[in-house]
Design a protein around this ligand. Structure first.
Ligand SMILES: Cc1cn([C@H]2C[C@H](O)[C@@H](COP(=O)(O)OP(=O)(O)OP(=O)(O)O)O2)c(=O)[nH]c1=O
Length: 190
């Protein structure tokens, strides 16, 4: 059986989009970055930990589990989900007019083996004014999303352009995920 170790509605929708069948096995882990932890190491560690926690909670020797993590990287800083509207405002101010990177890691684990990959997409916001930032926060959309925006929702209005995988920004890089699933004999396009 194939399990998605995620509470993210985006990841459910993205996997369903490419015709993958799965059961949900969401987990909660500590998402605090280690001191001076590099972005790629951070997202790969969390994806692996989410998948490992789900695998350990399942009574299924045949289980294959997918864990994933998405973070926004601005310079040296890792922007995760905001913990308040003030935090969201601060992140959106910093992202205004700036190129940044979105990293998503995907870990596939079974009791026999594991593979972890990560993908980076560059996103460039146009310059935002305070009124726009406030109006966007008032929609409620930023609060459960890394970097305080959702490119697939109303946040699309903030984005000037991207370079790289779009689905990676939303929460799962589909091309690379399909390749990983193939390695574990999980069918896509079903
Ligand atoms: C940048 C960006 C992030 N996101 C979302 C994807 C992720 O759900 C979320 C980042 O938080 P994550 O910790 O990666 O995921 P999650 O807590 O939502 O779910 P789980 O850990 O159970 O898998 O931000 C968007 O939906 N759109 C975007 O444009």
């Amino acid at each position: 059986m194939f399990y998605l170790a995620s509470a993210s509605p985006r990841r459910r929708e993205l996997l369903t989009q490419i015709g993958v069948s799965f059961e949900l096995a969401p987990v909660a882990i500590d998402e605090t970055p280690h001191p001076a932890e590099a972005a790629r190491s951070y997202v790969e560690r969390l994806a692996q930990q989410k998948a490992a926690a789900a695998l350990a909670s399942l009574d299924d020797p045949q289980a294959v589990v997918l864990g994933s993590d998405t973070s926004v990287i601005l310079g040296e800083d890792i922007l995760t989900k905001p913990d308040s509207t003030a935090d969201a405002r601060q992140m959106l101010r910093r992202l205004s007019g700036q190129p940044h990177q979105v990293f998503t890691a995907v870990a596939l684990l079974s009791h026999e083996r594991q593979q972890v990959i990560s993908v980076a997409t560059e996103v460039v916001f146009r310059a935002l004014d305070e009124a726009e930032i406030d109006a966007y926060i008032a929609t409620g959309e930023p609060m459960d999303k890394a970097g305080s925006y959702g490119i697939q929702g109303k946040g699309a209005i903030l984005v000037d352009h991207i370079s790289g995988s779009y689905s990676n920004v939303v929460g799962l890089p589909l091309t690379e995920t399909a390749a990983l699933l193939k390695n574990f004999n999980i069918p896509v396009w079903a």
